[in-house]
Design a protein around this ligand. Structure first.
Ligand code: UDP
Length: 254
């Protein structure tokens, strides 16, 4: 079958030219990487699950008025998205200390943070995605102060909404990473949520046991990686074989 033109290939996804101008096809791979590509591997079925999980969460966010790049899911591994101009800043929102914040400030993993903390990282693999201040973002022109203000407020809304949604299925949203893009419509521009929201870029812990249900299982060789991704999808009610009675918490069914 003739493939569409490949626009970009990242660690976990490929972007192809879409069927209409202004659209792209986002293909989810099973490939996984961590520590800026120092560790690579495959998580069987991850692409299929992340495609579904990200679709589900982006549609839920759209329902509360968060604009996203998501148009519709095309098949098991692909979704149609709007082509945006990606802002080269990763927005990390943290509720509980884990990962790099623990090392940076000497905080024990699992310590609840006094309030949700928003951090910015410059998207540059060759520099190891350095932590940056608002000053760097606006001074170097990666975004305007107005855009950044909107991005910060949207990210906190996403955090509040996803925290609540995940609690109902017995999952604690520890932290996550978002990316945004500029969507142009003639001369008008809006900031929209882009990339994906999945266990690849969120830390998700079981509410009762604190068991990790995300990519940290791969990063730290904890085993049960595939099962963890499946369990997140199952609890969200988006695995075909799941039934409401299977869910531990109140069901969030589509
Ligand atoms: N994260 C991500 N991509 C990155 C860096 C971080 O998706 O390039 C996510 C990560 O999965 C976690 C959150 O952002 O949910 C915070 O990550 P942290 O800064 O603690 O870095 P890490 O410990 O993952 O290197």
């Amino acid at each position: 079958m003739a493939r569409r033109r490949r626009i970009y290939e990242g660690k976990a996804k490929v972007l192809f030219e879409g069927p209409e101008p202004g659209t792209l096809v986002q293909y989810f791979k099973d490939d996984a990487s961590a520590f800026n590509n120092a560790k690579t591997g495959t998580i069987t079925g991850k692409g299929v699950l992340n495609n579904r999980i990200s679709e589900y969460l982006m549609l839920k966010l759209a329902e509360i008025g968060i604009p996203t790049h998501f148009v519709r899911r095309l098949n098991m591994r692909e979704q149609l998205i709007r082509e945006v101009e990606i802002i080269p800043v990763e927005i990390v929102v943290r509720n509980v200390a884990a990962g790099s914040i623990c090392e940076r400030f000497g905080i024990a993993e699992g310590t609840p943070l006094p309030r949700s903390i928003v951090e910015y990282y410059y998207k540059a693999d060759d520099l190891n995605d350095p932590l940056v201040a608002e000053e760097h973002i606006t001074a170097f022109g990666w975004s305007t102060p107005q855009e950044l203000d909107e991005i910060m407020h949207m990210s906190l809304r996403v955090n509040d909404f996803l925290t609540g949604l995940l609690v109902t299925v017995g999952i604690r949203l520890v932290d996550f990473k978002l990316e945004y893009g500029r969507l142009w419509n003639n001369d008008e521009m809006r900031i929209v949520l882009a990339d994906e929201i999945s266990p690849d870029n969120c830390r998700l812990w079981d509410l009762k046991t604190n068991e990790k249900m995300d990519k940290d299982r791969f990063r730290r060789d904890l085993g049960g990686v595939e099962e963890a991704y499946q369990e997140v999808a199952r609890r969200l009610g988006i695995l075909p074989e799941s039934a409401p009675g299977d869910l531990k918490g109140p069901a969030v069914m589509q």
